[in-house]
Design a protein around this ligand. Structure first.
Ligand code: SF4
Ligand code: SF4
Length: 454
């Protein structure tokens, strides 16, 4: 298959980046680079999604990697995993023999799976602040995305997602679920919560999004980027940290930030050589709150990737630099303030990296996950929901334009949402066969068991 045919197949299948925000893959991989890095360094505690993909779908991962290398014109590929993923290494290593692809094994640190950190680990050079890996000659692709790319080459669209369900659940598991499956169905398949008043994290414990109630969970569904559902008791440290109001965050910053600069010294972006000092953002926010001067040091918050190291690991006063950076970034966007990041890299900061990587087990203890660190969710198979609610927007860019109407019968894999003309976006496909019941930003399908045409 030539380059344009590969990209067309990826576009047609609705592949998006599964490890992050869901950037449309046919756009991301339409780039030239000397190396393509398969990112199998799932680094947040408790998640087993990418490990399972690598162990069970190694052939697809490597085939997808080779296709993306062809697109990029890359001379070589790297499969980056954690050294502790022995099963994944056993599955992958024989497939790499005779190819210009090497296996890179990293220690168990956070955030090893961050694209920019991975480029540094694989190539020994940093991506400048707010730039893409291609500036350093690399394309980084999540292993789940690569498995989807492989299936796209045979005309199979993205219709399901693997996710880890863990924490306070009866049977922690890795599940495969059709897109649009209710997260309540995923939770029920794992025996339900084991605490009386749970809260839910969609994603990992460091960068996931909290759903505060059963009602909020009931509206949430499996998407192309949903890698985990974690259940925690209400009032857990992570839940408290995620729900402080801006006013309380400012009061705490003003009264308790001792300007020790641990948030800066352990910041993974700072340690890549970026001229970024989050303790200065804290100082500005403590003084001005949401009305802070966006033309001053606060604007460097634009360089924050919101990994959470500062807030959940580094800060001795348990303050909220990550969330404050996120608030400042939102203010920058609202006010159309464009931050010009310094391009030069400070190698004297990078020299400290080897001693400042965060060991994942220690991170897990620090953020209150000690009860769950020993869990090893087993693969529990594939869910078969009788109803799905598939979002038309589960990617970066414009929502897909619906191609179906209520009452229409659809087959599994049928395209139900098209990329709008001249817009960034991704196609959306039916994840089960049945009848469309509603089209309202989502495409709701009742499966054949329940969805007889009426
Ligand atoms: S680590 Fe905490 S106390 Fe220290 S400068 Fe940063 S926000 Fe302030
Ligand atoms: S969340 Fe904190 S540690 Fe992570 S990049 Fe932002 S400032 Fe740095």
């Amino acid at each position: 298959m030539d380059r344009s045919a590969i990209l067309a197949a990826i576009r047609a299948a609705g592949v998006v980046g599964q490890g992050g925000a869901g950037f449309p893959a046919h756009v991301k991989y339409d780039a030239r680079a000397s190396v393509v890095i398969a990112n199998g360094c799932e680094c947040e505690p408790l998640l087993f999604t990418d490990q399972t993909i690598m162990a069970a779908q190694a052939v697809d991962v490597v085939r997808g990697l080779c296709a993306v290398m062809d697109c990029a014109g890359a001379e070589r590929g790297v499969v980056a995993i954690k050294a502790k993923y022995a099963e994944a290494a056993r599955a992958l290593a024989p497939l790499l023999a005779g190819r210009s692809v090497s296996l890179l094994t990293l220690d168990n640190f956070y955030p090893a799976g961050d694209e920019q950190v991975l480029v540094r680990e694989a190539l020994g050079r940093s991506v400048p602040p707010m730039q893409l890996p291609r500036v350093a000659g690399a394309v980084v692709a999540n292993v789940g995305t690569l498995a989807s790319v492989s299936r796209a080459l045979t005309g199979t669209p993205v219709t399901d997602k693997l996710l880890t369900v863990s924490g306070e659940v009866a049977r922690p598991s890795v599940l495969r679920a059709p897109l649009g499956t209710a997260l309540t169905d995923c939770l029920a398949a794992c025996g339900g919560p084991t605490v009386p008043d749970p809260v839910y994290l969609v994603g990992g414990p460091m960068m996931g999004r909290f759903l505060d109630s059963a009602a909020a969970l009931a509206t949430a569904v499996v998407t192309k980027t949903c890698g985990g559902l974690l259940v925690l008791p209400r009032g857990h440290f992570l839940h408290q940290a995620a729900t402080l109001s801006p006013e309380i965050m400012q009061r705490r910053a003003a009264t308790a930030c001792i300007q020790c600069r641990y948030c800066t010294d352990l910041c993974p972006r700072h340690l890549l050589g970026h001229d970024f000092r989050p303790h200065e953002v804290m100082r500005a926010f403590a003084a001005g709150g949401l009305e802070l001067d966006l033309g001053g040091p606060a604007a460097q918050a634009a360089m924050c990737c919101e990994c959470g190291v500062c807030e959940l690991y580094a800060c001795p006063m348990r303050l909220s630099p990550r969330r404050i950076n996120a608030l400042v970034k939102a203010r920058l966007r609202e006010n159309a303030v464009r931050f010009e990041a310094p391009k030069e890299l400070r190698e004297e900061q990078v020299r400290l990296r080897p001693w400042r990587k965060i060991p994942v087990p220690r991170l897990g203890l620090k953020i209150g996950l000690e009860a769950y660190l020993g869990l090893h969710p087993a693969y529990a198979g594939e869910l078969s929901p009788d109803r799905v609610r598939i979002p038309l927007s589960q990617h970066v860019g414009a929502p897909a334009v619906p191609l179906v109407v209520a009452g229409e019968r659809v087959a599994t894999g049928q395209c139900v949402g098209e990329i709008p003309d001249s817009a960034l976006g991704a196609r959306v496909h039916a994840s089960i066969a049945g009848v469309v019941r509603a089209v309202d930003g989502f495409v709701t399908i009742e499966g054949d068991a329940r969805g007889r045409p009426s």
